[in-house]
Design a binder for this molecule. Structure first.
Ligand code: FAD
Length: 449
């Protein structure tokens, strides 16, 4: 059945993972949606994306599970994620149940976008591709955008225009410069038939008719992740490294694989990894800088009718695999807050959204930088698990969080705190605000999560 209308009209700018999810979630909660995307279609470049239980919980509610079914059909069918040192000694093995989506899974970024877009289309949402938003405006009773000199109004604007967001500066008054983390990453994926007959490279395809592989090899300052997707149909590899000279932030910088082969040439496992990497077709390897940005002070405009979400609000390093997942949480939470606040309290809805989301993503943002540092150190002998490299940082407070349940439970508490100018103690982050890969998560003063 069609959702009961709240009468709230929402403009969404940018239809990547955050924007498409926001459009769908807003529609499901009864809001009318107008979405703008400057690209002509929803299909974007990008290799792998990891969906974890916290976002799977949102997507699994859609269309009686059919969207999740589509995404699962496009996943890497993993039974474990393995971490090795550069000598090839197995150091860590995280079991994964491929049939339990709540444990998370890896899929192609383009497959995720396709799944989201197909569902948005099925719902008949008003999504306008090939339309660039030029300006934003806000009055006491409305907010909106300017497109081709035309002013389009709504009750609020959700800006999900990505890491290079223009909305960020306009809406929040802040646009912190990206900071170098001292790291960069090569990424690639290609059709498995390119190595299927190669005796030195085809080891990665062994056994993949039944289960895919995901292996990380960690040396000092360089790691290589390698694996398969679609039960051995595709091969992917990536190489986080510290050789940042001459590399910029842009995702699609076509790169030569030779530097990667050079980094690993003295590794005992170097040859077997090089056998795969050297078969990468020209044009299929990319290298880009890993930059971070400090958390913003606020996500909401002065008038309270515009908010940034997704990468526009909080770009992440890939080391915690949460870029897409936290964007999906943002989208679900803003739709719920609008539903609970109602059309008369839009600014309150967006301010509650910010309170529910800001600290959580800021802890993960900072945590990604720590995970990156520890991966670079490759300190396998450390007695502290937090210091060791990781292919699978999966703290329960991140992975098992039910953001929708939490938003419904906390909305009134946060709304009262904002209205009365009181402090709000977040209950969806560790009490000490520290990101740990392996956590024993106990909540702050108000019971457990
Ligand atoms: P984005 O995905 O960047 O989407 C923002 C959208 O806004 C874009 O489609 C853009 O065209 C649109 N837009 C911008 N300005 C305007 C405007 N003025 N008017 C209209 N539209 C506008 N993460 C991984 O874990 N693995 C990956 O392989 C991976 N690949 C990526 C590849 C690319 C090219 C990018 C940009 C990101 C990638 N990420 C990847 C990161 C991950 O996808 C994001 O963290 C997550 O999807 C949240 O992104 P978003 O929707 O907030 O922003």
């Amino acid at each position: 059945p069609a959702p009961i209308s709240t009468g709230i009209v929402v403009i969404i700018v940018g239809l990547g993972i955050a924007g498409l999810t926001a459009a769908i979630e807003c529609h499901r909660k009864g809001h009318s949606v107008i979405g703008f995307e400057k690209k002509p279609d929803p299909y974007q470049f990008g290799d792998l994306i990891c969906l974890s239980g916290n976002s799977v919980g949102v997507l699994a509610q859609w269309d009686n599970g059919s969207v999740m079914g589509f995404l699962k059909d496009n996943r890497s069918y993993l039974h474990s994620i393995e971490a090795y040192d550069e000598a090839g000694d197995l150091k860590d093995k995280t079991p994964v149940n491929p049939d339990d989506a709540t444990q998370g899974f890896v899929l192609r970024r383009s497959g995720l976008l396709k799944g989201l877009y197909q569902y948005a289309q099925k719902l008949g949402l008003d999504l306008r591709f090939g339309v660039q938003v030029e300006e934003y405006w806000e009055t006491e009773g409305n907010a909106g955008v300017i497109v081709g000199k035309i002013r389009i109004g709504a009750d609020c604007v959700i800006a999900s225009d990505g890491v290079h967001s223009r909305a960020r500066g306009i809406i929040t008054g802040e646009d912190p410069a990206p900071q170098e983390t001292g790291g960069a990453i090569f990424r690639s994926h290609f059709d498995a038939h390119l190595i299927a007959d190669n005796p030195e490279a085809r080891w990665i395809l062994e056994g993949t008719a039944e289960k895919d592989r995901f292996e990380g090899y960690f040396g000092k300052n360089v790691a290589v992740m390698v694996g398969t997707l679609g039960k051995g149909q595709h091969v992917f590899w990536s190489c986080p490294h510290k050789d940042v000279k001459g590399v910029s932030e842009a995702w699609a910088q076509v790169a030569d694989v030779n530097p990667v082969l050079e980094y690993i040439k003295d590794w005992p496992t170097g040859q077997k990894l090089a056998a795969i990497i050297s078969k990468t077709p020209r044009g299929n390897c990319f290298n880009h800088l890993l930059l971070s940005r400090d958390p913003l002070n606020s996500w909401v405009s002065k008038g309270g009718r515009m908010i940034v979400i997704g990468d526009a609000a909080h770009p992440f390093l890939p080391h915690t695999g949460q870029g897409a997942n936290q964007s999906i949480e943002d989208a679900a939470v803003v739709a719920i807050c609008l539903e609970l606040a109602g059309r008369d309290r839009i600014p309150l809805a967006l301010r509650v959204t910010e309170k529910l989301r800001h600290k959580r993503v800021s802890v993960i943002q900072r945590g990604s930088i720590e995970v990156q540092k520890n991966d670079h150190k490759a300190n396998w002998d450390s007695s502290n698990t937090e210091d060791r490299p990781s292919t699978a940082a999966r703290p329960t407070w991140v992975f098992s969080h039910d953001c929708a349940k939490h938003a419904y439970e906390e909305f009134n508490i946060v709304a009262n705190a904002i209205t009365n100018g009181q402090d709000y103690i977040e209950t969806n982050v560790p009490a000490d605000g520290i990101f740990r890969r392996v956590d024993d998560y106990h909540n702050t003063t108000r019971g457990s999560n």
